[in-house]
Design a protein around this ligand. Structure first.
Ligand SMILES: C[S@@+](CC[C@H](N)C(=O)[O-])C[C@H]1O[C@@H](n2cnc3c(N)ncnc32)[C@H](O)[C@@H]1O
Length: 281
């Protein structure tokens, strides 16, 4: 199986490609012997960099997870539709596809492959590549006017599909806590939650319900429970006092990452982040 060219097929707020060199320095020794868990998978930058033999990838975003499943099961039909959308790419076409979710009944009747092609098309052509839903869960980003957006990366999609089919990869769409039900001492978990944002200026629009301080606290409880089960856990988050205090019992490693996606252009650039690790080598 040829795994070259494999990379995230979406732009995703909080995408981890910039932080990969730091993350790679802090993986467990013999990482390939572990079942890899990514309960907040997003575009999967770490998954596609590690390409584990056995993994559980999860996200609460149903459109995102349906798209992973379509790439796994229906990649040729998906590519055919994406080629068509690439030819039709105009502002008018964008708003026609974007507005489909306003009518829930007819949206639900679309085939999964049509929803997945819509999701990828909107992701590649929307303003800043920023997936964002409003409080009613509707995708609400304007058209981005890119010159030649790579809407149909057929070779990347085919190789991702082959990887998902030829390895033992479970793809789930649930809350992070439920996704870890079977994690144990042979698991390596990389947590990449929506970042803590004390002044609420960070990006939190992945999901209509948001991810506030209470959710960060619930995540810390899960991190502790997984530690008690013997799983190796690595977590990234913003470097804030609140996060440092939550994880003070663990090793906290400061790192700097370049962030391209932020709704406020003044906040793009290098932002202080931390990696939190629950084991010593
Ligand atoms: C920082 S992003 C992950 C970025 C990803 N590592 C990447 O490289 O693209 C956080 C993800 O958590 C997901 N999420 C938010 N709340 C969640 C929850 N309660 N359970 C599972 N996933 C959740 C969001 O949909 C989003 O995709």
């Amino acid at each position: 199986m040829d795994t070259t060219l494999i990379k995230p097929y979406l732009k995703w707020a909080g995408g981890k490609r910039q932080l990969l060199p730091e993350i790679k320095k802090h993986l467990p020794r013999n990482v390939t012997e572990y079942t890899y868990y990514e309960p907040f998978a997003g575009a999967g930058a770490v998954l596609f960099a590690l390409l584990p033999e056995k993994a559980v990838i999860n996200d609460c975003n149903d459109q995102l997870i349906m798209t992973y499943i379509c790439i796994k099961k229906e990649v040729e039909d998906l590519i055919t539709l994406l080629r068509e959308y690439q030819r039709k790419n105009t502002k008018e076409f964008y708003y026609r596809l974007r507005n489909l979710d306003k009518d829930t009944q007819s949206f639900n009747q679309l085939a999964d492959v049509e929803k997945a092609a819509r999701f990828i098309f909107l992701n590649k052509t929307c303003y800043n590549g920023l997936y964002r839903v409003n409080s009613r869960g509707l995708f609400n980003v304007p058209y981005g006017t890119y010159k030649n957006p790579p809407i149909c990366e057929d070779r990347v999609l085919r190789r991702i599909s082959a990887y998902l089919n030829n390895r033992d990869i479970s793809i789930t769409n649930c809350d992070f806590e439920d996704a870890l039900a079977y994690a144990d001492g042979r698991s390596f978990i990389y947590f990449d939650p929506p970042y803590h944002s004390p002044d609420k200026s960070g990006f939190t629009g992945y999901h209509a319900n948001g991810f506030g301080d209470g959710e960060q606290e619930r995540l810390r409880s899960v991190f502790i429970r997984m530690t008690e089960r013997g799983a190796k856990c690595l977590l990234s988050n913003a470097d804030t006092e609140f996060i440092r205090d939550l994880y003070k019992a663990f090793e906290i490693i400061p790192v700097q990452a370049k962030r391209a996606i932020n709704s406020d252009s003044a906040r793009r650039g290098y932002v202080p982040e931390v990696l939190i690790k629950n084991w010593k080598d």
